[in-house]
Design a protein around this ligand. Sequence first.
Ligand code: SF4
Length: 359
Amino acid sequence: MPEPANRSFHPSEQRTLAGGPGLLRPRVLSGMRPTGKLHLGNYMGALANWVKLQDKYECYFFIADWHALTTDYADTSQIAANTLDVALDFLAAGLDPAKSVIFLQSKVLQHAELNLLLGMITPVGWLERVPSYKDQQKNLANKDLSNFGFLGYPVLMASDILIYQPQFVPVGNDQTAHVELTREVARRFNQFYKLDGREVLPEPQVLLTPSPQLPGTDGRKMSKSYGNTILMTDPEPEVRQKLKTMVTDPARVRRTDTGDPDKCPVGDLHKVFSPPETMAKVQQGCRSAGIGCIECKGWVADNLVRVLQPIQQRRASFSEAQVKEILEDGSSRARDRAEETMRQVRTAMRMTLSGENGK
Ligand code: SF4
């Protein structure tokens, strides 16, 4: 992972490491929509990195339940259950409430206030140009996405980020455009409003994190919407069964045909999950038809199960009541931090009667 760019910190941004008073610990913020149980693509693409960030950064991780409404406003029946599942998967992956603030977006009403204020200054043209605006309308043709909330979701996202004044937003390569829009919104705000001559909403930097794109069982990108996922909660027999039916190099029709792991989705899984010795056996065996696909899939299944087992054991150690308590506690800590920013924002915008304290 690249080291963050060297930059100075505003006094309000400075935090200290638990083990070393006076040391700077930059703040990071990231979130996920409550889409239900998370899959290996979510784990490798985000969660595994978040877990590593916890020891080096002051981390805020949240479940973006308001964002779920931007596309699923007509049926909200699953949001609460999905939120709990995602929270459990956060904890199962190794996010630690003693190290990170883990919270629920809708429990921090300040996000909505900042969303309203930033909505006042964001040109509609910026939102219409966001690539995912048109893409999603096409991909989710069965839903009416002509709603104001869907158009405005990048403003809500900018609010989610900026309200914590983070130095970094950890994202994969494919998500940098989202952070760029957030930076533009911050820049526009800072042009209009200042507090004692200084900028209130620092522009966060992208913290590029390694995020291998995992293939799903049908060879396309692993995604819930394609129904091709291996879930973090899938028990071993299910993992093995899913692997058995996974597509392979199309050139390898018979056992005696040679294949190419670089053209095979199972080969791609090996590259992420298997040690070099196994990878060497796959390369040699596949190209010489010395191994069969069933045997090859069995090896990758072994390695997936090895990754998933400790995650599933950790998941089983949390009760629903504990998860709710962790979210309540994290949301309370997030509210305190968000309110600190909002006081500065209200004062900078002169949205106060006294002109002081942002109250
Ligand atoms: S042997 Fe493995 S890498 Fe080669 S085609 Fe079969 S499943 Fe894919």
